[in-house]
Design a protein around this ligand. Structure first.
Ligand code: NAD
Ligand code: DAU
Length: 349
């Protein structure tokens, strides 16, 4: 039985990846290592808790000694590394945790793999990264795997650093690695600091929906289960040393996306059409706000036969339905520290 370490498996994308690996690969022992920061939530994984091929370990990837011990006690065959500080606005307010976890934490994991993998045959370190490392596009063009790096926020700079370190360990020490850079994910279990779940929660409570600037920034949205499927494919079938861009070919201006979400919410909540859109409020722009991200996903489509299986309308409707049927999940997350974050981020804006 091979052992797969997944870091950050209690977070949004990580929990979908852990579930997929545990259920679709019963011959793989999945160890989920997560610090359980504000973004980590074991409630995301209740349905698989008792599975014989699943184990959760609480721990911090910044703690190199802890990682060395973990790698001595478990013979890891592969790592899918998702643990990170992931929110751009938090990185603008306080970059240091991003430097620690995203850069130092990644190097600690690389070192642990390098030390324990004397024979790299059959081993793999997979770094989950972001399209934000490529910078910002104008109205035209797409990010390709060869697009030069141009990170512009503390978050994207920390992810770019970790990508470079992963490639450097491949080049220098021949560590078997793969990297993927993905566009904006959405779906069940996303923490309500990100645009879509924040808007869903505010619409539900008839609170203002904050749109940065004029709402003209463009993102390429991908349903989280499509990302998890891509990760499974890349981990099992990708080529060593290769990078794969993952995206939905699904560009939306923020304001248009929020209008669509408002229409779906009005219908689901039996509200008069236009009720939720009345909550849209334009607020001070994000500092250094990247204008547009869009991914050319032809490599993963051509080489691994991956394509997004969910249309945006269907994925967004399923997402809204999930949040409406799981009010206790949102309730637990938005009490306490979330309120302090929200007030600092929005009320004083
Ligand atoms: P998230 O913030 O929801 O979850 C991050 C998880 O990492 C949490 O469970 C948290 O507890 C854990 N974590 C944080 N610091 C840790 C530490 N020091 N040690 C161990 N665990 C720690 O993030 P997400 O949105 O699910 O993103 C997961 C990964 O995917 C990140 O690497 C992110 O950069 C990348 N990514 C995200 C998106 C997106 O749209 N959300 C898109 C592309 C790539
Ligand atoms: O592109 C991939 C990246 O997508 C990931 O690497 C990041 O981890 C993830 O957080 C996400 O980054 P964004 O900054 O694009 O996501 P966010 O949901 O924060 O914002 C999406 C867009 O909506 C962005 O243009 C900013 C805008 N926005 C966001 C929030 C939270 C608003 O207008 N109002 C808001 O309140």
């Amino acid at each position: 039985m091979r052992t797969l370490l997944i870091t950050g498996g209690a977070g949004f994308i990580g929990s979908h990846v852990v579930r997929k690996m545990v259920l679709d690969h019963p011959d793989t022992r999945v160890v989920n290592l997560d610090k359980l920061t504000y973004a980590g939530n074991l409630g995301n994984l209740k349905d698989i808790e008792g599975r014989p091929n699943y184990q959760f370990i609480r721990g911090d990837i910044v703690d190199a000694a802890f990682l060395e011990k973990l790698f001595r006690s478990h013979r890891m065959d592969g790592v899918i590394h998702l643990a990170a500080e992931s929110h751009v606005d938090r990185s603008i307010a306080d970059p240091m945790a991003f430097i620690q976890t995203n850069i130092m934490g990644t190097v600690n994991l690389l070192n642990a793999c390098r030390r324990s993998w004397n024979d790299p045959e059959g081993k793999r370190f997979y770094h989950i990264s972001t399209d934000e490392v490529y910078g910002s596009l104008g109205k035209e063009g797409l990010f390709k795997e060869e697009t030069p790096y141009d990170p512009r926020s503390p978050y994207s700079a920390s992810k770019a650093s970790s990508d470079h370190l992963v490639r450097a360990y491949h080049h220098t020490y021949k560590l078997p690695v793969v990297i993927s850079n993905c566009s904006n994910n959405y779906g069940p279990n996303q923490f309500p600091e990100k645009l879509i779940p924040l808007a869903i929660n505010n619409i539900l409570h008839m609170k203002p929906i904050p749109i940065y600037g004029k709402g003209e920034n463009v993102r390429d949205w991908l349903y989280v289960k499509d990302h998890a499927a891509a990760i499974d494919l890349i981990f099992n079938k990708g080529t060593n040393g290769r990078t794969y861009n993952i995206g939905g070919m699904n560009e939306w201006k923020n304001i248009d996306l929020i209008r669509l979400l408002c229409d779906i919410m009005d219908e689901k909540l039996d509200r008069k059409p236009g009720t939720s859109a009345g909550l849209i409020t334009f607020v001070k722009d994000r500092a250094g706000h990247d204008l547009r991200y869009a991914i050319d996903n032809s490599r993963i489509r051509d080489e691994l036969d991956w394509y997004p299986a969910h249309t945006f309308e269907a994925g967004l409707t399923r997402t809204v339905e999930w949040y409406l049927s799981n009010p206790e999940w949102m309730q637990q997350i938005t009490s306490g520290a979330y309120q302090t974050y929200y007030d600092r981020q929005y009320i004083q804006r």
